[in-house]
Design a protein around this ligand. Structure first.
Ligand code: NAD
Length: 369
């Protein structure tokens, strides 16, 4: 059986948010099934990674992922003022597989051609740069993190460096908002995770004289942090409850939930981890009600996507754009206070306002689709 394309009506799905196009592509002979969701192209072609996952129970679960994640990319790209919309692809891998076969990647490449450039994709969970080299044999619409593809300038540090600088700018913005000064000297900051992003972040915070408490499940990293910076340490379970001014989640998401939220002592939460709030509405509002300034994750951690999208630009330019995350967060915190709405709600409203403003006088956006 040959590769087949269809455009299922998914408007019934609870996670449908007026997505512009959802493409279903499949070729059972090679074990290929994929959904590609283009959420919004108001500001340019949709961008977002391609996830390969062999644990989806059924189509609904894959659709849920692709609809939510593509919407999230619109929000992230719009808030970072990037000339791109939001999209995502998920490949439902055959059970037991971790990464796509070359045939699957070529089939994905043909699916990208079917969308004629309104969606561009690259690495995500389960897909590697090498996979996109294979897809690139049949399509022009792959955008990997590898600098060689564009012959571009090799920026030092890659996405995590810029993500760290964005989080640093966000921490300073939150401190300015809350305490009237962005001076971090002796400010008590708890950082969860000492990975690629957090390590650079901690270096910046140590330079500023912050009083750091750190943790990681990797004891070697923790020992090294103690040795290099002489910082306090905590445990992965307790770090969120430390008596600090700022909590910076930089490991995995889901930290802020029904079990933890009432025991958080920090007045600011600003970190790189994705999906920090288990229930965005409920926990976003609970943080707001408790007077905790929370930097929405998709705003504060956009440095990496800025770096990837602005490939070919100079380090200084990308860094300036990344540092601007601080100004965006100042606006969000101010509006949150004035309008008495939680920061995630405000950030989402700002995205919707920008998309509406981009509509032309007839009320139709200059979309790619
Ligand atoms: P990483 O894999 O380099 O680091 C994660 C670190 O967290 C590791 O050292 C790991 O040992 C530690 N860890 C995992 N579970 C933990 C736990 N329960 N308690 C304490 N430590 C734990 O990842 P990264 O690139 O530094 O990214 C960190 C977070 O930021 C992730 O949630 C990622 O999705 C998000 N993020 C990263 C980027 C980027 O540019 N790398 C961009 C946007 C968002």
């Amino acid at each position: 059986m040959a590769l087949q394309f269809s455009y299922p009506d998914v408007s019934w799905h609870p996670d449908f948010d007026n997505h512009e196009i959802v493409l279903q592509a499949q070729d059972p002979d090679i074990g290929f099934k994929s959904f590609i969701a283009v959420h919004d192209t108001t500001f340019g072609p949709a961008r977002g990674g391609c996830r390969y996952w062999s644990h989806y129970q059924d189509d609904n679960e894959a659709l849920k992922d692709v609809l939510r994640l593509s919407q999230g990319m619109t929000y992230k790209n719009t808030m970072a003022n990037l000339p791109y919309g939001g999209g995502k692809a998920v490949i439902m891998g055959p059970k037991g597989t971790q990464n796509p076969s070359p045939e699957i990647m070529r089939a994905l490449g043909h699916a990208l051609n079917e969308l004629d450039g309104i969606y561009q994709t690259g690495e995500d969970v389960g897909t590697r740069t090498s996979d996109f080299k294979i897809a690139g044999e049949v399509t022009e619409h792959v955008r990997t993190r590898s600098v060689e593809r564009a012959g571009a300038i090799d920026l030092p540090g890659g996405p995590p460096l810029y993500t760290a600088h964005g989080v640093y700018a966000g921490i300073k913005a939150a401190t300015l908002h809350k305490h009237g000064s962005e001076d971090l000297k002796d400010v008590r900051i708890a950082v969860k995770g000492l990975g690629n992003v957090a390590w650079t972040l901690c270096e910046l915070l140590v330079q500023d004289g912050a009083d750091l408490t750190v943790t990681d499940i990797d004891q070697d990293k923790l020992n090294r942090a103690k040795e290099v910076w002489n910082v306090n340490t905590s445990t992965p379970d307790n770090i969120i409850f430390e008596d600090v001014d700022i909590y910076s989640p930089c490991a995995l998401g889901g930290d802020i939930n029904d079990q933890t939220i009432d025991k958080i002592k920090a007045g600011i939460i600003a970190g790189a981890a994705n999906n920090q709030l288990t229930d965005v509405k409920k926990h976003g509002q609970a943080l707001h009600d408790a007077g905790i300034a929370h930097a929405p994750d998709y705003v504060i951690n956009a440095g990496g996507v800025i770096n990837v999208v602005l490939v070919g630009k100079s380090h200084e330019y990308v860094m300036t754009r990344t540092q601007n995350i601080g100004n965006t967060l100042i606006n969000i915190f101010n509006r949150s206070k004035i309008e008495n709405k939680n920061t995630t709600e405000i950030a989402n409203m700002m995205v919707k306002e920008r998309l509406e403003e981009a509509m032309d006088e007839e009320g139709t956006a200059q979309k790619c689709a």
